[in-house]
Design a protein. Structure first.
Length: 95
């Protein structure tokens, strides 16, 4: 039994057409590369959490991605990862 290999470009096309499974496979395929590209080298847990947050954001915002190649996708993911996170307003918090 042979296993078919789906190219990154085909996954992008399928994800763009609404295939959530393809989007999940695409983002999983990029996870390790994104972790290597954005790693601070200090705390792997923090790096992994940041990458997972970026991939979650990418899943929500995939319709904003206009590229067609893996390198364009990784560049877009890195831009998402480098966006400043909104400040949390603790002034309303009560303990």
């Amino acid at each position: 039994m042979s296993q078919s290999v789906v190219s990154t470009e085909q996954l992008i096309k399928s994800a763009r057409n609404g295939d959530r499974t393809a989007l999940g496979a695409l983002l999983e395929q990029c996870r390790g590369k994104l972790l290597n590209a954005t790693s601070s080298g200090q705390d792997q847990t923090v790096d992994t959490d940041a990458v997972m947050a970026t991939l979650n954001q990418a899943q929500r915002e995939f319709s904003n991605f206009s590229g067609t190649t893996e390198s364009q996708l990784l560049e877009w993911l890195q831009k998402l990862a480098n966006r400043p996170t909104p400040a949390i307003d603790d002034s309303a918090a009560t303990l």
